[in-house]
Ligand binder design. Structure first.
Ligand code: AMP
Ligand code: MG
Length: 279
């Protein structure tokens, strides 16, 4: 199954999240039959990231958004854990600092955009400025409502500069969120993840859903598509995301750069050095 086609939000279409089955797992009963496929994609991911880095001409930006406990951290661990740290970075966007808040909302985001040859993963992103900012009325409607176009222009600019953009909404159900909150309470090693805001935000589930639907619908473009990933099953989420990233990188048809030296000549010099070392 080609997940980049199945889960991509077509530009101009209207997403209805309650119509997307968060527990979808394709043909798989459970993780066991998917493991081989997951391993194959993660291995390929590493090769392709190496090629992106070696080519040094283009970059990849992965944006992750979700409700609390939606699996952003786990996805990062899975996808990035299989990349070479040289050339791959994660940025987490929190409540803006005083300095960040003194600038336009894209200021801090632009600085984190990947340079040539790099992969950047955004754990939250500029979309918070049309999500939490809208739901909690941090700015008036006349401000946030203009941000969708600004975001599209910004992302277009990055694309024109050689950045491939993939945006993932990790879709979990409200029941699954509660189950994950429970696991956090039951497991002392996860207590640090619990935040009071988890429960406050949960009370705004419907408002967030509406804000996500608008953001995804208005900002899924040809150059920077949104993918709605069924994420109740962590292993399926990993499978789908890694397959989509592999497909995108493959379609970029990257090439190793031509050597900057004459390899035959270098080979001769190597043999001379080898002979000299034997004397
Ligand atoms: P976490 O990712 O769990 O560490 O939480 C980060 C918090 O920062 C979340 O509650 C986000 O909603 C919040 N946050 C991120 N970006 C913004 C923003 N632009 N404006 C307001 N809050 C934000
Ligand atoms: Mg959190």
């Amino acid at each position: 199954m080609k997940y980049h086609k199945k889960f991509r939000v077509e530009p101009g279409s209207k997403v209805r999240l309650h119509k997307v089955d968060a527990s979808y797992k394709d043909k798989h009963e459970d993780q066991t039959t998917a493991l081989g496929e997951i391993e194959r994609y993660t291995r390929r991911l590493r090769e392709l990231q190496y090629l992106l880095y070696a080519e040094g001409r283009r970059s990849l930006l992965i944006v992750l958004q979700a409700m609390d406990a939606g699996g952003k951290d786990g996805t990062i661990n899975h996808v990035l854990g299989n990349m070479n740290p040289q050339g791959a970075r994660v940025y987490g966007f929190k409540v803006p600092s005083a300095q960040e808040a003194a600038h336009d909302f894209l200021w801090r985001i632009h600085q984190a955009a990947p340079g040539r040859g790099e992969v950047a993963i955004f754990n939250r992103s500029h979309y918070e400025d049309v999500l939490v900012a809208r739901v909690h009325k941090l700015v008036p409607k006349r401000v946030w409502s203009k941000r969708y176009d600004l975001i599209n222009e910004f992302e277009h600019n990055l694309t024109m500069n050689g950045t491939r953009i993939l945006k993932f909404y990790l879709h979990i159900s409200a029941e699954e969120q509660l189950e994950r909150f429970k696991q956090r309470i039951d497991d002392p090693d996860r207590h640090w993840k619990i935040s009071e805001s988890d429960y406050n935000e949960r009370a705004y589930w419907d408002a967030y859903t509406e804000a996500f639907e608008d953001a995804i619908s208005r900002c899924s473009t040809k150059h920077a598509p949104w993918y709605v990933i069924p994420a109740n099953h962590k292993w399926f989420r990993n499978l789908a995301v890694s397959q989509i990233v592999v497909e995108a990188l493959t379609s970029m048809k990257m090439q190793f750069p031509a050597p900057t030296v004459d390899i035959d000549e270098i080979r001769q010099r190597y043999h001379q050095a080898e002979l000299a070392a034997q004397k």
